[in-house]
Design a binder for this molecule. Structure first.
Ligand code: SF4
Length: 352
């Protein structure tokens, strides 16, 4: 189905074309982009400098929307989880994480996800559809209106596998890093993948201006197959070869390894040693994420002792390893949990 043309999904070049098509000077695209990307104002009737013929043209050809806030959870540490409704009624989560005076926003790229990681709640519902660039951008604008400090980092780690929605995500990344767009540094936009290897090579070929996080989570194919079915298609060796190609192109500063520690599954000292061998010579930073169990999960949280031993082994081998406690642990910890809770509540209410 053809998506409507939303203002928030248009880059600077497209806005210049709009002006030309509307019969006004291309310079008005500067005003339009400044309102949209600098101020987060998406209603052209609230842009007094725009000429009337351009507004009339926009009324006729372009749409605008602001996602409806369906639910919100605030954690003690300041993390805010938002459930946002898209124009077709589909809900996605977006999370705002404050740390050291900076704000990081976790963006969803799909409604649901088809990748099926066994430790992930979003996976249980499967994939409904891809989000458009405009819908990803709308998450940023919603955050901007809610918080009184600017978002410093964008991480594409919310619902969905970003590389499974390559076209819309790559356009979002370009607009997020375009000086005439959101103007983020490529180091401050991080795309996280479960390991869609061909798309990693495509990122390299396209010179996509962002950092890459690889959600590795295991050091043997047996373990990775059991927790991440995508490994059966793109096993560890293939994924690590793609990682090396990425490092060769951008160096190790634009790559991050994520490792979710699942108690008794992948958190032993032997796992840590194997991880150091797999990543030897890469200089990658490793984020360790102790798993937070949710109601339906089959995995356990690792013990504090195992987390510390695991980290110590990585540090001993010369890696920078950081334990990232899931922010907002007192609210629904897992990605997809707020959406699940709200939908359960709705079903219950419908029965009453
Ligand atoms: S962890 Fe990410 S890629 Fe894996 S199922 Fe969940 S949303 Fe999809």
């Amino acid at each position: 189905m053809k998506q409507p043309l939303y203002l928030t999904g248009l880059n600077h070049q497209a806005m210049i074309k709009l002006c030309i098509d509307a019969g006004v000077k291309p310079i008005h695209a500067e005003t339009l982009t400044a309102y949209v990307f600098r101020k987060g104002i998406v209603d052209w009737h609230a842009m007094p400098e725009l000429p009337q013929p351009l507004k009339t043209y926009l009324d006729k050809h372009i749409q605008t929307f602001t996602p409806e806030m369906i639910a919100q959870q605030n954690a003690e540490d300041g993390t805010q989880k938002l459930l946002l409704r898209m124009p077709d009624g589909k809900d996605v989560e977006s999370v705002l994480i404050p740390a050291k005076g900076r704000l990081t926003q976790c963006i969803s790229t799909q409604v649901g996800c088809a990748i099926g990681c066994k430790f992930c709640l979003t996976a249980t519902a499967g994939l409904t559809r891809n989000l458009s660039t405009a819908e990803m951008m709308a998450q940023v604008f919603t955050a901007r209106h809610r918080m009184n400090k600017p978002v410093r980092n964008l991480v594409l780690m919310g619902m969905g596998e970003p590389l499974h929605n390559y076209e819309a995500v790559s356009e979002f990344v370009r607009m997020a890093t375009d000086p005439k767009g959101l103007a983020f540094s490529p180091r401050r936009v991080t795309l996280s993948t479960a390991g869609l290897v061909p798309a990693i090579y495509r990122m390299i070929e396209d010179k996509l201006p962002c950092s890459l996080a690889i959600s590795l989570n295991a050091t043997t194919n047996d373990i990775r197959n059991s927790i991440m079915p995508i490994n059966q298609k793109y096993p560890l060796e293939t994924l690590l070869t793609a990682m090396h190609a990425y490092i060769e192109q951008y160096g190790c500063k634009r790559i991050l390894i994520e490792y979710i520690l699942l108690g008794g599954i992948n958190d032993s000292l032997a796992d840590a040693k194997r991880l150091t061998q797999l990543l030897q010579g890469t200089g990658c930073t490793i984020n360790l994420l102790p798993f937070n169990p949710f109601t339906e999960s089959i995995y356990q949280r690792p013990t504090r002792e195992n987390v510390e031993l695991f980290k110590a082994e990585l540090v001993r081998a010369g890696f920078i390893a950081v334990v990232r406690e899931s922010r907002g642990r007192d609210i629904s910890a897992a990605c997809g949990q707020l959406k699940t809770e709200v939908s359960k509540r709705r079903k219950l209410a419908a029965k009453l």
